[in-house]
Design a binder for this molecule. Structure first.
Ligand code: BGC
Length: 250
């Protein structure tokens, strides 16, 4: 039986990307559309871009939308790397108002993790799986026997007196011009702390930098098995579409 299509939008600090998703295979059903994130990235400006993307694909049904912050029942609670106007905002309601479609917003790393668990590197893996997205910040998604514990914020775990994402995100690597060796050492220290606290069975490393996994994963030693994400940059879109289909379309 076909489970049909869903639609996912991935809101990030530099771009907003969306596409219809084949929920059976986890593949995009059409080329994604990417639009630069408006600056300032106010809720209304972002919602208008989301509408533009949905109109482009003539998508009328429910939509999943990622956001790089804690999201509880559709309300964005934090704004570590985004405009402060998102704090304690009913993002579901705002986006539904502007796009005129049912919208479900969820944390970006949680969405990426859901996609990897269903279609990618975490498929069929039981026990504790930690997905980390390395980008502007560090996002975390933790699964116990395939079930997500939402809104974990382990990118903010303190390492040497600083939030981990201020030491080991991909943005820090680029901004400081760190070699793969130097950055891998920072990442390894972070992963050691995570494994000492959470004892995972598997780490999945995602985010844009995961396409360069050959350059840095071989430099990292952990007692936990560590693999690159399979869906790469599309995981957010796919996970958002999956979540929306579960919550509102059924
Ligand atoms: C935010 C998280 C988000 C991560 C990746 C962090 O700064 O606090 O909610 O998942 O960045 O975008």
């Amino acid at each position: 039986m076909s489970v049909g299509q869903g639609f996912g939008i991935d809101i990030g600090g530099s771009g907003i990307k969306g596409a219809p998703v084949d929920l059976e295979t986890g593949q995009l059903a059409a080329d994604r559309l990417r639009i630069d994130t408006p600056q300032p990235a106010t809720p209304k400006a972002i919602a208008r871009v989301a509408k533009q993307i949905l109109d482009h694909f003539s998508w009328r049904a429910s939509v999943g939308c990622t956001f790089p912050a804690v999201v509880r029942r559709g309300v964005t609670m934090t704004a570590a790397n985004v405009d402060d106007r998102w704090i304690e905002l009913d993002a579901d309601a705002l986006l539904e108002g502007i796009t005129a479609r049912p919208v479900h917003v969820l944390n970006d790393a949680d969405a990426a993790g859901l996609a990897e668990m269903r279609y990618g590197a975490g498929r069929g893996v039981s026990g504790v799986v930690i997905m980390l997205t390395l980008g502007t910040g560090i996002g975390s998604a933790i699964f116990g026997d395939g079930r997500l514990l939402p809104n974990t914020e382990f990118g903010h775990l303190e390492i040497r007196g600083k939030a981990a994402e201020r030491r080991a995100s991909d943005r820090v690597r680029k901004d400081k011009g760190l070699s793969w060796d130097k950055w891998a050492a920072r990442l390894e220290e972070y992963l050691h702390t995570m494994e000492d606290l959470l004892w995972p069975d598997l780490f999945i490393i995602g985010g844009g930098v995961s396409k360069h996994h050959h350059a840095f994963l071989p430099l990292i030693r952990t007692r936990t098995q560590i693999v690159p994400a399979a869906l790469r940059n599309e995981a957010g879109i796919v996970g958002a579409a999956l979540e929306a289909s579960r919550i509102k379309a059924v």
